[in-house]
Design a protein around this ligand. Structure first.
Ligand code: SF4
Ligand code: FES
Length: 233
């Protein structure tokens, strides 16, 4: 494929047609922050943390899914992009439990985001769903990045056990008709757990190990369904 030449933060770079701004920036060693993006998932531009400034385009553009074009001039960390990223992080912190999302916690520090900027924000609190022996779902920690839905669908497993549910603030991830996981098409491959960036989906074994149980105790809890010491967290 023909190369396209553009400049990123004033530095020229040539990349093949179809390359995204994110990948072109990486070629120059510049890192643009990402949250919803995953190298092995289709990019959908949902979180907007990767926004950058492009000369001649008024809105900030998501670097993870915007392809480069000839002569493009990109600024990866303009004041406007940084302020936008900071606000996104502040909004996430105001509504979602990010306690098990180390990469987002690091971004909050890097961007000096104020976790208390929106003190009256409604938090997305939901009961933990513990309906199968393999993993639990704690959607209070879900940032709706959609990675789990994509790997369950066309990006990997072609199983389609989960999808978006609800609208607006009530948007969430769920099963058809809210069925418990064992009653869906889920094959418990674990790919959704593997791509979840926030601990919203967590293997039961990992959770029980963190609680100090040894492997024999974990087997007893999982196989015997004894949840008295094995509460998800
Ligand atoms: S459960 Fe995890 S992977 Fe799925 S949308 Fe929520 S944060 Fe993303
Ligand atoms: S990482 Fe690009 S929109 Fe989320």
């Amino acid at each position: 494929m023909a190369d396209i030449t553009l400049t990123i933060d004033g530095e020229p770079v040539a990349v093949p047609t179809g390359t995204t701004i994110l990948k072109a920036a990486a070629q120059l060693g510049r890192s643009v922050p990402t949250i919803c993006y995953h190298d092995h998932c289709t990019a959908n531009g949902l979180c907007r943390i990767c926004v950058v400034e492009v000369d001649g385009i008024k809105p900030l553009v998501p670097a993870c899914l915007t392809p480069v074009h000839e002569g493009m001039k990109v600024t990866t960390a303009s004041a406007r992009a940084v302020r936008s990223r900071r606000t996104i992080l502040e909004m996430l912190a105001s509504a979602v439990d990010l306690s098990q999302a180390p990469e987002i916690q690091k971004l909050i520090g890097d961007y000096r985001a104020d976790r208390a900027r929106f003190p009256d924000a409604e938090r997305r609190e939901q009961p933990i769903l513990d309906d199968n022996p393999m993993y639990h779902r704690d959607y209070s920690k879900c940032i709706l990045c959609w990675r789990c839905v994509q790997v369950c669908a066309d990006d990997a497993q072609f199983t389609y056990a989960i999808n978006f549910t609800g609208r607006g603030f009530e948007t969430g991830i769920g099963t058809f008709f809210d069925k418990p996981m064992p009653e869906t098409t889920c094959v418990f491959c674990g790919q959704c757990v593997g791509v979840c960036p926030t601990g919203a989906l967590k293997s039961k074994r990992e959770s029980l190990l963190e609680q100090g149980l040894n492997p024999d105790e974990i087997t007893l809890v999982i196989e015997g369904g004894k949840k008295s010491r094995g509460k998800p967290r």
